[in-house]
Each structure stands twice: as structure tokens, then as C-alpha cells.
Design a binder for this molecule. Structure first.
Ligand SMILES: Cc1cc2nc3c(=O)[nH]c(=O)nc-3n(C[C@H](O)[C@H](O)[C@H](O)COP(=O)(O)OP(=O)(O)OC[C@H]3O[C@@H](n4cnc5c(N)ncnc54)[C@H](O)[C@@H]3O)c2cc1C
Length: 359
């Protein structure tokens, strides 16, 4: 098949790479590859730490996808951090959040190991002695999404100027939080602000939890880098970093992992998570256009779900297989026919400046 992929974030690129592996001709168009949510993401591969009561499908998908990650990371040559997640409560109220999450996971048949504050600190000495307790999610991993995007970009093709639309059999729309019309209402932006720092004394595993009611995570990288995130805010404007957001993240992080006080500040950035009305991704035919496949709306889990999304999209194109939970046609969108040219040239008010193409 000749496949045009719109969007070179982690989802579009992982789909493109899988399709190339299966022998299809693939072109990828993006005005700014890798600059969307995938640029900000912390890279936690954690199917269960923030899953909620109504999100059994998300847990199922996340558990399937995390199984793919060891071989996926190996193939791409990126480091997979395999030390799990410690879900921590700072004060007694925060511990109730941890206990609620543990009870929910138990009801899903995936009970985590519960630890007292001192046991958690023995496991993770960077943790504050004031932490009241924790749950250990030992099967979680993390990756650096920027390395993943780089590895995928180098596999999918070299950048070159080629703004002309190509003949294709099918278009995969993977434009993150900005879907072209008439599907734009299927995805909304949920701003996340996130910090990067460097320390000589990073935690060994992802520390995630609540500090005086504020959710927080600290994700270590192999080189002493740490990622501290993230705020979450529904909004209509551009995703910008706010002083309030940075202050809240720093206050919470320094309480939970006090050694971060001496860390070197590197960067703050903000991007929109692509959320759908039910927070479950869209993978399958676009309402009103069978030759357009949506691969979007991955919200908080796009990095985790990238290898699975790639397989689902490729399987769908080859066999018609569809996971009903992800079918975009579960939402009622006016079935308008869209001119293929408009998809490439004016879907979200931004003109593509170049195309990555190996076809
Ligand atoms: C702060 C933060 C932390 C996160 N942490 C995690 C985490 O720890 N684990 C996890 O699994 N997920 C995490 N996520 C979610 C994850 O980042 C997203 O789900 C994922 O990056 C979505 O990937 P994507 O390729 O769909 O979108 P994006 O990465 O946003 O890529 C979309 C691409 O489409 C391009 N584009 C836009 N319009 C057009 C157009 N008209 N034509 C062509 N191209 C276009 C953009 O330039 C962009 O490159 C986090 C998100 C945020 C914001």
C-alpha cells in the first residue's frame, strides 16, 4: 500500500516504521517533526499508576503495549529503564490516594505490593523521610521519548523539502492534539507543564505520588537527568509554561525528593496532551472517510501505547481488524467528505514545510 502519514510525533512515526517493516510505501508529512506532546512527555511506561475505574480498556491496552516495549526498545536501540514505579503518599491524606489506587488495581486483578514509609525509603533512599507509605509497581518501565522519536526519525527517512501531495491509497492522521476538520472536535488539548533537571543523586526508579494533594512524578534518566511533571489543565489557548505551574511542581518535588534542591535546572516546557471525550485513543477509520485512518487522542499514554498503536494501524490496513473500544466511529461526527489535498495542506491552519519520505 502507499500510505501517507500526517504527523511525525511518536504515534505517526511508530505507525510509519511498522508499515515500512511490513513492506508498504510510506510518506510522512509534518511541519515540525517531534515537536508536539512527544517532545514534552516524561516517558513513563506505566499502565496502572493512573488508570481509573471506568478505564479497563486503557489498562488492557497498556498491559499489552508494555509487553512489546523490551523488544521495541531493543530494535530501536534506546535505553529502557526497568526499575518500576514507587507510588508514594507524602502526608496521610496523600496516602489515601495511594491506597485507593492500590484497591482499584486489586479489583482489576493487579494488586501492587504495599510498603510503609520506612520500607519505601529503604528501597529508595532519595525519598523524603516524611513520606507516609507507598505501593510498588515493579513491572513499570520508562524511556526517553526524545530518543525514541530520534530513532524512529532516522529509520523512517531523511527530511527533505517536498510539499506536493502524493498519490496514496490511505492516509493515517496522527496529528496529536490538532485533528483536521471535520474531526477536530474529537480531540481536545490538556496542557501539561514539565521540568527537566540534572542531579548527581537521582532516584533509581520513577517516583510518583501526591504531595499535599498535588499529583507529581519524578522520572530518572540513565545519565542523571530527571523529569519532573506534570500539571494538567483543560484550556483553549497555546500551551505555555506558567510561573504557577513551575512553582507547584518544584515545591512538591523538593518535598518528596529533598535532594532535588541541589539539582541543576535544565528546561521547562509545556505541550497539549491529546484527550478524547472518553480519554480512550482513536485508532481506525475516520467517521465519513474509509480511506482515512485516525491514530490520535492518546492523551496521557501515547508513549506507552506507541508500539501497540503501530501494530493496530498496520493490522487494520492489512486485514481490516479493529479494536471496537478504539473505533473513532463510536463518536458522532457529521460525516463530511474531505478533499485529500486539504488534509495535507490546511488541516490545522499550519502549512507543512517539509516531508519525510521514503516511498
Ligand atoms: C507533559 C506531558 C507528559 C507526558 N508524559 C507521558 C508519559 O510519561 N507516558 C506516556 O505514555 N505519555 C505521556 N504523555 C502523553 C504523550 O506525550 C502523548 O500521548 C503522545 O506524545 C502523543 O503522540 P502523538 O504522536 O499522537 O502527538 P504529538 O507528539 O503531539 O505529535 C503530533 C505531530 O503532528 C504534527 N502535526 C500537527 N498538525 C499537523 C498537520 N496538519 N499536518 C502534519 N503534521 C501535523 C505536529 O507537528 C506533531 O509533530 C505526556 C504528555 C505531556 C504533555
Amino acid at each position: 500500500m502507499r500510505v501517507l502519514v500526517l504527523g511525525a510525533g511518536i504515534i505517526g512515526l511508530s505507525c510509519a516504521e511498522e508499515l515500512l517493516r511490513r513492506g508498504h510505501q510510506v510518506s510522512v508529512v509534518d511541519p515540525a517533526p517531534g515537536s508536539g506532546a512527544s517532545y514534552a512527555a516524561a516517558g513513563m511506561l506505566s499502565p496502572s499508576s493512573e488508570v481509573w475505574h471506568t478505564e479497563r480498556d486503557l489498562l488492557r491496552l497498556g498491559l499489552s503495549s508494555i509487553e512489546l516495549w523490551p523488544s521495541y526498545a531493543g530494535r530501536l536501540g534506546v535505553h529502557l529503564h526497568r526499575t518500576g514505579t514507587l507510588l508514594v503518599g507524602f502526608d496521610r491524606g496523600d496516602l489515601q490516594h495511594v491506597e485507593r489506587q492500590a484497591a482499584l488495581l486489586e479489583s482489576f486483578g493487579a494488586a501492587p505490593e504495599m510498603l510503609t514509609g520506612s520500607a519505601a525509603r529503604r528501597l529508595e533512599p532519595t525519598l523524603s523521610p516524611r513520606a507516609t507509605g507507598a505501593a510498588l509497581l515493579s513491572e513499570d518501565h520508562s524511556v526517553d521519548p526524545r530518543s525514541v522519536v530520534e530513532a524512529l526519525l532516522s529509520r523512517v527517512g531523511r527530511a527533505r523539502d517536498d510539499p506536493e501531495p502524493r498519490e496514496c491509497d490511505v492516509t493515517v492522521v496522527a496529528t496529536g492534539a490538532r485533528l483536521p476538520e471535520p474531526w477536530s472536535s474529537l480531540v481536545r488539548g490538556v496542557r501539561g507543564e514539565i521540568l527537566r533537571a540534572h542531579t548527581d543523586d537521582p532516584p533509581t526508579r520513577t517516583i510518583r505520588g501526591w504531595v499535599h494533594g498535588e499529583p507529581l512524578y519524578v522520572v530518572p534518566r540513565a545519565d542523571g537527568g530527571v523529569v519532573i511533571g506534570a500539571t494538567a489543565e483543560e484550556h483553549d489557548a497555546d500551551p505555555v509554561v506558567t510561573l504557577g505551574g513551575v512553582a507547584r511542581l518544584l515545591d512538591s518535588a523538593r518535598l518528596l525528593v529533598p535532594g532535588l534542591d541541589r539539582a541543576t535546572f535544565i528546561e521547562a516546557c509545556a505541550r497539549d496532551r491529546p484527550g478524547t471525550p472518553d480519554n480512550v485513543p482513536l485508532v481506525g477509520p475516520a467517521p465519513g472517510r474509509d480511506d482515512v485512518i485516525l491514530a490520535a487522542g492518546f492523551f496521557r499514554h501515547g508513549v506507552l501505547l506507541a508500539p501497540l498503536a503501530a501494530q493496530l494501524v498496520a493490522d487494520h490496513l492489512e486485514t481490516g481488524h479493529l479494536d471496537p473500544a478504539l473505533d473513532p466511529r463510536r463518536f458522532d461526527v457529521a460525516a463530511a467528505r474531505v478533499d485529500a489535498d486539504r488534509l495535507v495542506h490546511a488541516p490545522s491552519g499550519r502549512e507543512p514545510t517539509y516531508r519525510k519520505d521514503n516511498a
